[in-house]
Design a protein around this ligand. Sequence first.
Ligand code: PMP
Length: 444
Amino acid sequence: MTDGRRPLTNEALFARAVDVIPGGVNSPVRAFGAVGGTPYFVARAKGAHVWDVEGHRYIDMVQSYGAVIAGHAHPKIVEAVRQAAGDGTSYGAPTEREVLLAEEIRARVPSCEKVRMVSSGTEATMSALRLARGFTGRDRVVKFAGNYHGHSDALLADSGSAVAHIAAGAAGVPGSAGVPKSAVAETIVAPFNVVPVLDDRVACVIVEPVAANMGLVAPVEGFLAGLRRECDRVGALLVLDEVITGFRIGRGGAQERFGVRPDLTCFGKVVGGGLNVGAFGGRGEIMDRLAPAGPVYQAGTLSGNPLATAAGLAALSLLDDDAYVTLRDRAAWLARHLQDAINAGGLTVRCTVAGSLVGLYFGDREPQDYDDARRAEESTYAAFFHAMLDRGVALAPGPYEILFPGLAHDDPVMSQIVDAAADAAATVARAAGLAPAQPSPAGS
Ligand code: PMP
């Protein structure tokens, strides 16, 4: 692509972007703040690959932070969006596809007896919170340190993802400038993987069932079941934030995998097929408190948008049982081989895996909570990130993000990732004066 006279470069585009967009990006983690350097500007993408404006091709492990699961520009999704667009992009009146998508969500996730579509994960969690408060008549919410639930005021406290780099946060302490203390006065932050003792002031507990914004931290045995029990004991609602895990770690998401039935569930990403979507659903008697059926107000001009519902339905139609087996096998293979390759190169890494999600943690023991996760060697991640980018593999530019192997990451692509990782790790280790790991003696 050109500006009419000379070819575009990432450098030049970023300079222009910074001049007109705060920090040069429309979402903070894209700015490379955590890893240094200039972001690549994507010109196009197909399957497992993205191309930047300079023509470099990368194997893409970001996949729109999980919104893309079937690979970029999947023909079935592209065709669904094209057809929908030809019939009009937004009406302000209900459509059949909204009903079909809600039915599809309920069929996969039976705890969602009723569903409301919104336009982002942030909207889904924010609205679920209001609904939980409206339903219970209580104000207090409990969240877990290192979980990220989008950027609404009440939920930013002690969040993972890119928030980790701007604020410490804590119970009742705003996670960002501009959030009034009063907005988080009723937000309690608890350590992940420990069941907190609740009381009858708590409206809801919101949790990422598999934490995917502090690297990847799986729930320990009994954590989710314990949350369910403790919520029931005090009459609080259990809200699962399945914005990342939903329709990704299995057909019915984390709740199916771990056998826990929440009162409300939040979705985003996969359910929009790469378009702007969020959704939340749950028990009918709770969902019917939403306007216009009930007194809890929630609305959206573009909610249930025709393009987004078309893309979401097309994406879900690709996700049958075989697809989930493929996704799980790929993630398990990738985690095992990445860990071996990087360790052999001389860096100490733990690759965590849950369903089709993979975490990369530079440290010597598997993290169980945010304190552990923050012991990761951020500078090693940054060096490894750049070494991988130099070798044509794009990881997320932040140490608390994860890898999203998808249906387009076939065997050759996966092998290329592991080969690049072995080489990148050796280069980073050498630069840091670390010796490569000795090969194990034969037969051991
Ligand atoms: N919840 C979780 C678990 C997320 O990972 C995210 C985004 N990464 C959100 C909510 C917010 O979603 P969105 O960025 O679409 O607002």
